[in-house]
Ligand binder design. Structure first.
Ligand SMILES: C[S@@+](CC[C@H](N)C(=O)[O-])C[C@H]1O[C@@H](n2cnc3c(N)ncnc32)[C@H](O)[C@@H]1O
Length: 179
């Protein structure tokens, strides 16, 4: 998070957990989700975030209007990976940051090693915590592989930091070059 961040967007906010957490650090946070029902949970949680129902790919935000554009477990719901990443970049101010935690499909031996670690971790979490039941559609398996994500990020977000995580996830952090 840039220390100077004044506003943030959570794309595919779901029940709004990330947006509410961002609001602890940033004065203005918007959470957008295409699904009206999940937003009801978010609205019930806090009114300190601006909740929007709509498609993040087409919603009429002004370009370059957010210091932080974040998204968790959402971009595999969207039809085209590269144009989704390009849309997130379009919404980010120069010097701002995109932070994505995404899900992808395993295709290479190393992916399956991470998957195995994920299974162990998932068992541990299931013992420690309850899971969130939501009404939003589930997209599984993800349409793109981890390798696809790395390639798309290299093309659309050059210099992005890509990290493979357990629990079937990866993270992408990219700072938009200043003008
Ligand atoms: C798996 S949920 C993740 C929710 C939340 N980010 C989390 O981590 O708990 C994916 C969310 O993305 C939303 N979504 C899918 N396509 C979208 C789009 N084009 N614009 C906005 N939200 C979208 C779905 O409605 C769903 O709530």
């Amino acid at each position: 998070m840039p220390a100077s961040a004044r506003n943030a967007l959570d794309v595919g906010t779901g029940n709004g957990l990330l947006a509410a957490a961002l609001r602890e650090r940033v004065p203005s946070v918007t959470g957008i989700d295409i699904d009206a029902a999940v937003l009801e949970y978010a609205r019930a949680e806090t009114d300190r975030v601006t909740w929007l129902q709509g498609d993040a790919l087409t919603y009429p935000f002004r370009p370059a209007s957010f210091d932080v554009v974040a998204s968790v477990a959402t971009i595999h719901h969207m039809p085209d990976l590269e144009s989704t990443l390009a849309r997130l970049a379009e919404l980010t101010v120069p010097g701002g940051v995109i932070a994505v935690v995404g899900l992808a499909r395993s295709t290479r031996p190393i992916d399956f090693v991470y998957d195995l670690a994920g299974l162990v971790e998932q068992r541990r979490y299931r013992r420690l915590a309850s899971s969130w039941e939501h009404s939003a559609p589930v997209v599984w398996p993800p349409p793109h592989s981890y390798a696809d994500v790395r390639r798309a990020a290299a093309r659309v977000l050059p210099g992005a930091r890509w990290t493979r995580l357990a629990l079937w996830r990866y993270s992408l952090i990219w700072t938009k070059p200043s003008l």
